[in-house]
Write a protein that binds this ligand. Structure first.
Ligand code: G2I
Length: 461
């Protein structure tokens, strides 16, 4: 859908008045129906326009004034990251995240969550962890944080920056990567189970140029996830641009190619170093690229004023340090007002009634373990998270059998599986075979249909 000005006929009248008042018409008046804020302009084509927000700046009235006026989506710049939300293991801290979330929601704005799992900004206790302990700690973090914010987050950056820079096209080395290549899909499944209503995104930088190996690596992962039913809904392109990392000429192609995989795409951390008309033109072009892709659902800039930026000296944002609109602002607003393809209706989250029930089945005495299942059921399907608890002896392997009578299992994680309906048996994988006496480990599965009555039983192997 191309948006056209409704009242073009008014323009000559306004121009005449301006000429009479000022003696000369130097500036063309805006189209009569042009929106005057970024958020309102984006909404005309079903998109959002957001910004990163820092809790520490919420007392600055200039900052908050621009925030409230211009943007309709908010990302916490640092306050929902792993180090901020779980400073000590299993002690969660949501104060600053809540401040940003509440400020946004009170103003009718939506919130993007950033970020559940990342190699960087891990709390100290996590940085030196490895193996099963780290895998479980990461999954626990994803589950706890996504559960805390359940129903309040439009989209989560579930995993951030997991691909390597350079020509390999492969994963970045990190303590999380060393827990096994399936750590990303495990994180996505845990996030889906915790908040089935949030869109789940993979987010990265230097993935803007379609020719780059890193872009191709991420594309292959998303393609693989879609083919295997791993729950992924969107891909975030951070889009931090400067002369060393310019806006590529094939940027729109990249966005479109990812969208063609059946995911939404979003520009999640936009900033472009520079000034004046050169910078303005780049912002305009990036905005136009998003508007040309029906599944590009929104743009977020990484801060409000240049002085708020993580790289302030590059003056990469839309407002100067005093809060004045820059040429880049006008170019962005104009591009939004010029319209584009409407967003694809398939990209809106269908909200179905989700009931969460926890059923428990203990089978003590059949080999030293018990299994409990927590079920997230919605209209068409479910996610089951199964906790295996060792008895008074340590386990070196385990098997859980569940009854899947009115459903079909479509995928499972952190376990091997035999069959997809009837009596289905799950056995440990390498990294979760060993469970100390009294300790626990988790695996999960997803299915279509009704997941009630799973009644799992556990035995050692
Ligand atoms: O680096 C730019 C962004 C790249 N993509 C992921 C984003 O999460 C990342 O954001 C930046 C924040 O804008 C910075 O504000 O992430 C940085 C850390 O990786 C943030 O910097 C940190 C400083 O390193 C800390 O020293 C400081 O305490 O900001 C903290 C809060 O101001």
């Amino acid at each position: 859908m191309k948006l056209t000005p409704k009242s073009v006929a008014l323009i000559p009248i306004i121009a005449t008045v301006a000429t009479a008042a000022f003696g000369a018409t130097l500036i063309a008046p805006p189209a009569a129906n042009a929106a005057t804020t970024l958020g309102a302009a984006a909404q005309q084509s079903g998109r959002y326009f957001g910004t990163a927000v820092a809790a520490g700046r919420l007392g600055d009235s200039t900052y908050v004034g621009i925030l409230n006026r211009e943007f309709d989506m908010v990302t916490a710049e640092n306050e929902m990251k792993m180090d901020a939300t779980e400073p000590n293991q299993n002690q969660f801290s949501f104060g600053n995240g809540d401040r940003i979330l509440n400020q946004a929601r009170n103003q009718g704005k939506r919130v993007r969550g950033h970020a559940l799992a990342w190699h960087s900004q891990q709390p100290g206790w996590m940085q030196n962890m490895s193996g099963t302990a780290l895998r479980n700690a990461m999954l626990n973090h994803v589950t706890q944080v996504a559960t805390y914010y359940k129903g309040k987050i439009y989209a989560w950056d579930v995993v951030n920056e997991a691909y390597a820079d350079g020509g390999s096209g492969g994963r970045r080395d990190s303590n999380l990567q060393r827990t096994g290549n399936d750590w990303i899909e495990a994180a996505f499944r845990a996030a889906r189970a915790a908040d089935p209503g949030a869109k789940l995104c993979y987010n990265d930088y230097n993935t803007d140029n379609w020719s780059d190996a890193k872009t191709q690596g991420v594309y292959r992962m998303v393609q693989d996830f879609k083919s295997r039913g791993v729950p992924i809904d969107c891909v975030g392109f951070q889009s931090h641009f400067n002369n060393n990392s310019p806006v590529p000429s094939n940027y729109q192609t990249t966005l479109q190619n990812f969208a063609n995989l059946g995911v939404d795409v979003q520009i999640t951390e936009l900033d472009i170093e520079g000034s004046g008309s050169a910078q303005a033109q780049k912002f305009g072009n990036v905005t136009k690229a998003c508007l040309a892709v029906s599944r590009c659902t929104g743009i977020t800039v990484w801060g409000i004023r240049d002085s708020d930026s993580w790289r302030a000296s590059g003056t990469p944002l839309l407002f100067d340090s005093s809060g004045n609109k820059k040429a880049a602002y006008n170019a962005t607003l104009d591009a939004l007002n010029a319209g584009g393809t409407g967003t694809d209706p398939t990209s809106t989250t269908t909200t179905t009634t989700t009931t969460t029930t926890t059923t428990t089945s203990n089978n003590p005495g059949t080999g030293g373990c018990t299994a409990t299942v927590s079920l997230n059921q919605w209209n068409e399907g479910f996610v089951a998270t199964v906790k295996v608890t060792a008895g008074s002896s340590a386990l070196s392997g385990w098997a859980v059998t569940a009854t899947v009578s009115n459903a079909t299992v479509t995928s499972s994680w952190s376990a091997n599986r035999s069959g997809n309906s009837g009596s289905v048996t799950f056995t440990n994988v390498d990294y979760n075979a060993n469970v100390p006496a009294g300790g626990t480990t988790e695996f999960g599965f997803q299915g279509s249909g009704n997941g009630s009555g799973l009644n799992p039983s556990c035995s050692a192997r």
